[in-house]
Ligand binder design. Structure first.
Ligand SMILES: Cc1ncc(COP(=O)(O)O)c(C=O)c1O
Length: 383
């Protein structure tokens, strides 16, 4: 029998079931899911409203190429449009976050005809060759060089260097409003405003990568709405189809016809089952005021994480339900002890424990997470 290639750390746990904010292993142990498949399951595991839409679609039709119209895609665009600020009229459908970034870059290159992409320290944009080229951390990309050569990295959150960074050669500036993998680092409003102004001045497009921040997690539907700064294009992915694979770039209306037939494409993009899930997810997000809920319960989780009393804890970072607890020590040593206490978490950067729970996480769950984090930090202090 073959085996699945290994490039992820494994924790010796076999997950067999999930419902809303919880998953269970094959021994019946329950976990509060603050990992959510790196942020994907923000609307909960097997959320009945999404399950219903998927079941119905599976019995009708699964895959239809973008050459033809389908009711599933029509329902998706109708629901998803209600989540878009007026300036954004066009959606480019993909299957993953990294592809969303790739298509955003392709739009910028075609529109501006310039070569250089500006990105930032501690950025993460994906693992295909284009998105990897604008990812900061050497550990992800060293083995695969040479990558796309025309990339200039600037310092994240340093607004006074932005004018030198963005040049006449720049096709686009790509930035996460809150850096996820890089450490849960929110951009400052001054930084995003400086990028907006300078990109405009130099004829470059501003791209916000909202693959991790987007779709309600930060307390707004899109994180940039918290800043009052609008990009030309933004990406989304992870939670948009409730757990099925999706990635998309959303652009200004006038970029809608930028590609000639053949210049861009993707076999699975717009898959009917994914579209049905994404339509249901978009509707649920609006009807249940998911961003509002993320804001309120996120404030409680942030307070709890800031209240461990441990001298190993530095500070809580992030917004809504995208939260990091920065530590004085490496964070990965705490993932296994937290699993043993029924909490799934992630790391971000080297020293940050990251929490990306579903929006329906309860006050009782927050108390369990607080107790588990407090205990594992206390135990580490004593060693
Ligand atoms: C900001 C950001 N962009 C892009 C990606 C890549 O997404 P995917 O793994 O779906 O390709 C990620 C994944 O973590 C991300 O956080």
């Amino acid at each position: 029998m073959g085996r699945i290639a290994k490039y992820y750390r494994e924790y010796g746990i076999r997950i067999v079931k999930g419902f809303m904010q919880y998953v269970w292993d094959d021994k019946g142990q329950r976990y509060i899911d603050c990992n959510t498949n790196h942020g994907v399951v923000f609307l909960g595991h097997a959320n009945p409203k999404i399950v219903e839409a998927v079941k119905k679609q599976v019995e009708e039709i699964w895959a239809v190429p973008l050459n033809f119209a389908t009711p599933a895609r029509e329902r998706f665009i109708e629901e998803f449009s209600k989540l878009l600020p007026p300036k954004f009229g066009v959606v480019f459908l993909q299957n993953t976050g990294t592809e969303a970034v790739e298509v955003a870059i392709k739009i910028a290159k075609k529109v501006t005809r310039k070569p250089t992409i500006v990105a930032f320290t501690n950025s993460f944009h994906g693992r295909t060759m284009g998105s990897l080229s604008i990812t900061w951390n050497e550990k992800y990309k060293k083995a695969f060089e040479p990558l796309y050569p025309h990339v200039r990295f600037g310092k994240f959150n340093v607004p006074h260097e932005v004018d030198k960074l963005i040049g006449e050669d720049t096709c686009c500036v790509v930035v996460e409003p809150i850096q996820g993998e890089g450490g849960v680092n929110p951009a400052t409003p001054e930084f995003l405003k400086a990028l907006r102004e300078e990109a405009q001045r130099k004829g470059a497009l501003l791209i916000f990568d909202e693959v991790q921040t987007g779709f309600g997690r930060t307390g707004a539907v899109w994180a940039f709405q918290k800043y009052g700064v609008e990009p030309d294009i933004f990406t989304a992915g992870k939670p948009v189809a409730g757990g099925l694979p999706i990635g998309l770039a959303v652009a200004r209306e006038d970029f809608g016809d930028v590609f000639e037939p053949g210049e861009h494409g993707s076999t699975f993009a717009g898959n009917a089952v994914v579209m049905a899930a994404a339509a249901a997810a978009s509707r649920l997000l609006r009807e249940e005021d998911v961003p509002g809920r993320a804001e309120r319960i996120g404030a409680e989780l942030a307070k709890a994480l800031g209240d461990t009393g441990s001298r190993l804890a530095v500070r809580v970072k992030g917004m809504g339900l995208m939260l990091g607890l920065e530590l004085r020590v490496k964070a990965d040593q705490f993932i296994q002890p937290l699993l043993e206490r029924g909490v799934m978490a992630l790391t971000a950067g080297v020293n940050t424990l990251r929490f990306l729970p579903p929006y329906m996480i309860s006050k009782e769950d927050v108390e369990v997470v607080h107790a588990a984090v407090t205990e594992v930090l206390k135990k580490a202090e004593q060693q």
